[in-house]
Design a protein around this ligand. Structure first.
Ligand SMILES: *Cc1c(COP(=O)(O)O)cnc(C)c1O
Length: 364
């Protein structure tokens, strides 16, 4: 629930964090668990920090229902670095990977992969610079010899999301930045899942990488040491200084998710919000128009258009006056985008849809 002074934050990332988490961090900021120092001042080699670090790993595993077979790494450089680090660790000029492109982030991942090896575009749903859907399994033109198959589970900019796990026959590598921990995941199909924390899991600064130990074993050792997955695994992500404060906040967010019924709880919460928001859009087809195919709609980033760009500008500015922030669509898509990550409550969305109803009535 909103607190006085705080806006309802629909920013796409960095994004809203649970209020309880922010309050906990505030209360502990000067003295972490009685150690006499702030987490901001603590050595990453200290017992106090290491406890936070290892708890965070354990909670991520617990939420995803995996054991030690999935290594959990904390890396820097954002999800964008993983676009390069994945192919660096797995491709050579003689080997190939499959890429499924469903939006702008996938395009960027392909550009990096091409610098290291061959890329087979297994599918792209690009249509006139727009991506409005997720491909069906039977559309995928997979290469049985691929080292891995990369996809983007949620398209933050275009507002689409995979509703099934693709079957590739080779390890899946997923950029899960914008829907990580928003619903249960079929883990065994994946070799790597990576996510910049700042959408759903915490603040900017840490990139969470889950990597299966068998897939890890196949990663290259003839690349710069700092970029090898094996380096970070061997030293439990303490090869160099990790983003301690960001990891600490992720730890608190993991507690919040666990307290709210884990990933099943998040799924239920996100479906409830989706029903409210898409329900309102569909109820007024002459006023609100969602460009993404119904079977591909995202529960994290909801993109829609109004009858004119003028009305969209008015919607954003009146929204601001009503204390809704971050409603403007990405510049490459236009229109409105409501990013409603885990920390956005159904009550927040109920307030937004009331605003939408009033706006449609006044402006129709
Ligand atoms: C935000 C985002 C990225 C980029 O993340 P950075 O941490 O800024 O590099 C990549 N992929 C997806 C799906 C995203 O939403």
């Amino acid at each position: 629930m909103a607190q006085q002074g705080r806006l309802i934050n629909f920013n796409p990332g960095p994004a809203v964090l649970p209020l309880e988490v922010m309050k906990k961090a505030q209360a502990e900021l000067l003295d972490l668990r009685g150690c006499g120092l702030s987490i901001l001042e603590t050595s990453h080699r200290s017992k106090d920090y290491e406890a936070v670090h290892n708890e965070t790993i354990a909670k991520i595993r617990k939420l995803l229902g995996v054991g030690e077979e999935f290594r959990v790494l904390f890396m820097g450089g954002g999800a964008s670095s993983q676009f390069a680090i994945v192919p660096m660790n797995y491709l050579t000029k003689d080997t190939s990977a499959d890429y499924i492109i469903t939006g702008a982030w996938g395009e960027k991942a392909v550009k990096e992969a091409k610098l290291h090896g061959k890329v087979n575009i297994a599918a792209t749903t690009e249509d006139n610079k727009q991506y409005k859907r997720i491909p069906k399994q039977e559309e995928l033109k997979l290469d049985p010899g691929a080292v891995y198959c990369h996809y983007t589970s949620n398209n933050t900019i275009f507002g689409s999301q995979w509703q099934y796990t693709p079957k590739a026959g080779v390890p899946l590598v997923c950029d899960m930045s914008s829907d990580f921990l928003s619903r249960p995941v079929s883990m065994p199909a994946h070799g790597i899942i990576y996510a910049g924390a700042q959408k759903n899991a915490g603040p900017a600064g840490v990139t969470i990488v889950l990597i299966h130990k068998d897939f890890l074993a196949k990663s290259r050792e003839d690349i710069p040491i700092i970029f090898r997955y094996k380096t970070h695994d061997k030293d439990n992500s303490l090869y160099n200084t990790p983003p301690c404060f960001a990891i600490y906040l992720v730890n608190l967010v993991m507690d919040w998710i666990l307290e709210n019924d884990g990933l099943q709880g998040m799924k239920k919460r996100n479906e409830e919000k989706g029903k409210l928001l898409y329900g309102t859009i569909d109820k007024h087809p002459d006023f609100f128009r969602a460009p993404v195919a119904k079977d591909s709609r995202s529960l994290m980033n909801v993109v829609f258009r109004l009858p004119s760009e003028d009305l969209e500008t008015k919607f954003v500015s009146e929204g601001k006056a009503a204390r809704f922030i971050g409603l403007k669509g990405h510049r490459s898509v236009g229109g409105i985008r409501v990013s409603m990550y885990n920390a956005i409550s159904p009550e927040d969305i109920a307030r937004l849809v009331q605003f939408m109803e009033d706006f449609a009535k006044k402006n129709s």
